[in-house]
Design a protein around this ligand. Structure first.
Ligand code: ATP
Ligand code: MG
Length: 382
């Protein structure tokens, strides 16, 4: 008999011939997550198992953040032929609980000497007889479910903890997240990473108009994301020169859009260097002037890569809720400035004219500005 964590995966079940590729990635991610806890990790019979961890609670907490993991159950593994022992362990698991319960047996070993209803009945009776004063059977809506899986061993558990779900990071290629210090972009990055995409982050920093605190806040956000995303490389791109030149040489109403076009171009350049295949932003239709459909169109058209905007149809209030859930909200609301909030025009164009943007941009040496920004970016590994 031994205690272990039984990790279930979700959507990977739906994969066909390439399921081994996803499982290999999942096991690697779980192994990395369990390593600080000394846990041994292996895949067996459609489950990932972790044993020998020095801190089971801590390990479970960490592994529940691994994309691809659907749920985790602290389980007891036993010899399946020792049915008396199974009943005793079932009793051990249940006797500290009170209320209603049922036993739910499943057999992948169809030759086992009892079928599932028989296991349910026998174990249920055994537990009930010893705990009649505080446990009652309810097969319809029980408060506790004692699960017994008969595989090549027997596994018993009565608590299942939900995990993040999604797909293992790295199975979906790489993308570059435009990461501000706001509420939206960390959530957008999380959503795409959850689909198995490895992230790099690009942050535009306008020192001294934006402070060291503002930069640190973004790195703190990236650090929170990195726990889910198996590490993030952050490019902190100096943006002051570009913003100053736009401010001096371009029509005021268009400065925000031209700035956003530069953000996209530079991010694409960095993405190409990193062999990333897409860009990610936290934009949502209609949230601000630069996120009208017309404005999104003019910022979108300067790049060739697909741009993922997973929040495009989300209300701000729902994004805030999501940010709380993933743990970025409290950092995002710290009151430091973003480069988007310096030099903001009084009347930003919401229905921009392409000709005016192009005329404004003609005053800038685009290639030199992009190259200087990329070459002078500071790279931080988190
Ligand atoms: P967020 O909450 O993500 O900052 P927002 O609602 O404040 O979004 P904007 O400031 O218009 O919206 O920015 C839209 C998107 O542009 C952001 O979601 C982010 O992807 C990107 N972005 C904005 N500022 C920066 C920055 N300083 N560095 C990198 N990307 C940025
Ligand atoms: Mg912002």
């Amino acid at each position: 008999m031994r205690k272990l964590l039984m990790v279930r995966y979700g959507e990977i079940y739906l994969k066909g011939l390439n399921r081994p590729f996803f499982l290999k990635a999942l096991v690697k991610r779980v192994r990395d997550a369990a390593k600080p806890f000394g846990g041994q990790v292996w895949l067996h019979d459609a489950r990932v198992f972790i044993s020998d961890m020095n801190d089971a609670e801590g390990c479970m907490e960490r592994v529940s953040k691994v994309f691809g993991v659907h749920s985790i159950a602290p389980a007891i593994e036993m010899e399946k032929d020792d049915f008396e022992g199974i009943c005793e362990q079932a009793n051990e698991l249940m006797r500290g609980l009170s209320g209603t319960f049922k036993v739910e047996a499943r057999r992948s070993d169809k030759h086992y000497f009892l079928d599932s209803p028989q296991i349910n009945a026998k174990v249920g009776e055994y537990v009930l007889m010893r705990n009649e004063d505080h446990l009652k059977v309810d097969v319809r809506k029980p408060e506790h479910v004692l699960s017994i899986e008969i595989r090549d061993q027997a596994y018993l558990y009565c608590r299942v903890y939900p995990a993040v779900g999604g797909m293992p990071v790295g199975t979906g290629g790489k993308a570059a997240l435009l990461l501000s210090g706001g509420i939206d972009s960390p959530v957008a990055g999380y959503m795409i990473a959850k689909r198995g995409v490895q992230l790099i982050a690009v942050h535009y920093h306008s020192f001294p108009y934006t402070s060291e605190f503002a930069k640190q806040k973004v790195l703190d956000l990236a650090k929170i994301l990195s726990e889910y995303c198996c590490g993030i490389r952050v490019y902190v791109v100096p943006f002051t020169d570009i913003q100053m030149q736009i401010h001096e040489k371009c029509p005021e109403d268009y400065t925000t859009l031209i700035m956003r076009r530069y953000m996209m171009r530079i991010a694409e350049r960095i993405a190409q260097k990193e062999e990333a295949l897409a860009l990610i932003t936290g934009e949502s239709v209609g949230q601000v002037a630069s996120q009208t459909i017309e404005a999104l169109t003019v910022t979108n058209e300067v790049v060739h890569m697909p741009v993922f905007r997973p929040l495009i149809g989300f209300d701000k209030i729902d994004i805030m809720e999501y940010a709380r859930k993933i743990g970025t909200y409290e950092t995002s609301i710290l009151p430091y400035e973003d480069c988007c909030t310096v030099f903001t025009p009084r009347h930003p164009a919401t229905k921009p004219k392409m000709a005016l943007i192009e005329k404004g941009e003609a005053a800038l040496d685009q290639e030199a500005l992009i190259r200087a920004a990329v070459d002078n970016a500071e790279i931080v590994e988190l």
